[in-house]
Structure formats: C-alpha cells, structure tokens
Design a protein around this ligand. Sequence first.
Ligand code: SAM
Length: 337
Amino acid sequence: PQPHDTDAPIRLTDNDAALAKLSAVRQNYLSDPYIKYFVPRATFQPVRPPLINIGTFVRTVAIDDLVNQWLDLSSAEGKKCQIVSLGAGSDTRFWQLATGLRKDCLSKYIEVDFPENTMKKAMAIKKNKDLSTVLGAPADIKLGHGGTSLFSPLYYLLPADLRQNPTLSLSSLITRNGDAPPLLDASLPTLLIFECVLVYMSPQESNTLLRWFHTYFASQNDGRLGAIVYEMFGLGDSFGRVMVSNLRTRNVSLPGADPYPNVESLPSRFLNLDYTSAHALTLKDIRRDYIGADELDRISKLEMLDEVEELDLVLEHYAITWGLTVSGKHGAAWNEW
Ligand code: SAM
C-alpha cells in the first residue's frame, strides 16, 4: 500500500470476509468448493469461532435465498436476469450460480471492486482451472485495463471506486461504448448485491449509487430492479459501540455506519429513493424464523457454542434489507419478493 493510502484497510476487509467464508466451509456450515482458491495458503488458515461461523452461515443462506427467488421470478416471466455485485471482493456466488440448478437463468454477472482487488481476483481466476472453466474457453476470457478488469461471455469483473460519480465510474454498465452496447440490458430483471460494503461509504454516496440504478431501470426503462443490502445497524447501543470501536482500531473508516437506529428504519434506505417496496430482517430473526428446523438441527451439532447469549446480541446487529422497483406493467408477482 501507498504511505497514505486510507483505502487500504477498506480493501483488506475482503480478506476477513473470505476467511470467514472459508472457515464456515471447513466447519461444514456451508458448501463452497471455490472460496479456497481466493485465500492464500487456505489450508493453514485458522478457523473462526462458532459464533462467527453461524453468522456467516445465516447471512449466506439468506442472501442465496433472495437471489434464487429473483432468478425464479425472472424465469417465470420467461426472462434471463443480470446480477451486479458491488464491492464483491472474493465472493464466489457467481461460481455457485453458474454451476447450480438455475444456471440457465443468468444472462450476465458483473462484479465491481477497487482495482487492487479486481486485479487480485482476475489473477486468481486466470491461474486456476476450476475457476476459469466456469467462465468459458481460455480464448473467451480477456483481461483489460492493465489486468484490473476481466471479460467473459457471462462474467465481468470491473474496477471502480463506488464513492465516485457512477455516471463516470460505472458508465460502461449503462452507456454504449462505440459499437458495443451497454453491459446492462435495461429490459431484463436486474439484481444488485451490496454485501457488507455500504458501511464504507457515506450515506450520500450510497444514495447516489442506488438512485442512479433506480433512474436507469425504473424511470427510463420500465424495468424490474432489486437490491439486497447486508450491513450492521443499530450501533448506538452499548454492544453496537463495541462492534464499531473494534473496527475503528484497525483504521477502517466507516462513514456509513450510523444512520439506521433499528430494523424498522432500514427499509427507508430504499423507500426514500422511490423504490416501490422494501423489507428488512435481522440475522437473529432469519435464524429463528426462516432457517428450516433440519438445517438448524444440523448446524447445532457442528460445534460447541459457548457464547449462546452473545450470539443473539451479535445477530440482532446485522440485517438484510432488500428493495424493489417495478412498474405496474410487470404484474404483482415481483411484489411477493
Ligand atoms: N461482498 C464481499 C463479501 O461479502 O464477501 C466482500 C465484502 S468486504 C467486507 C468489502 C468489499 O467492498 C471489499 O472488497 C472492498 O474493497 C469493497 N469496497 C469498499 N468500498 C468500496 C468502494 N468505495 N469502491 C469499490 N469497492 C469498495
């Protein structure tokens, strides 16, 4: 990192996310054959405490479920759908989807992160056959922008700073480049994923981004746009303050950490920007009400959990919020999401 590179600690949060995922996979909470390829010396990495593994499990299956529902809604309309993951880091959801039951439903999967992180990911993909064969034949996989971007028929990796004006930094998504059409087809159902990323941006910067996508898909194109946000919230209480100060000791700047005091306030993130509907659930609620009894039973046997009381305290400070923009023409089915 550069001497005064204040973004370096933000980029490094991806290592934590990937290590947490790897740990949950090694302890059999989740199955993910791809994450190990994004973690250097994966077999030597320590596993995380049970509490972290459970949190990673709940968050991952909940987002997977929302994504799968989105793909099914698209299929029901006879359309493929496109997904954009913002601040994707080492996320492997693309590989899981592209090799999974709903693979034919995907028209495009685009990931965006800082150029340092996209370059690392592009290199990992190029180096590893299990990753690259999912993208297509070697001739179909092209690197660009000094190795910081990667293009293939289905999967795109783009460098950008999400705090900058999206009209400049993300222009290739929605504007024609010479003969090439924009990457995103405004007529297709489109899903945005912000998994643990908006906390690193100011509320104004996240609003600009969410509004920019909303304008393209809703106001201009009569489209269907969904967005999933996973984040910490309610940080004003004593437990929340400990969580934030732990992160701050690592010099991670968190300009987006404060605006939502409780779970009821989370949907306003979308509703204030004229999305047609929005919902939020804490990880505590999701674990209690939405994970099947069999799964809960299975994971309860994986490890001894000493911190039972702390578990709910942690899980109630994390939430998944999802918002939808859909025009009347597209029918009520989408409002079930
Ligand atoms: N979404 C992934 C996941 O859940 O596994 C990674 C989460 S990691 C905690 C946060 C990621 O967001 C990092 O890869 C970081 O580089 C990226 N990020 C944060 N702020 C960003 C910005 N302004 N522009 C681009 N990427 C950003």
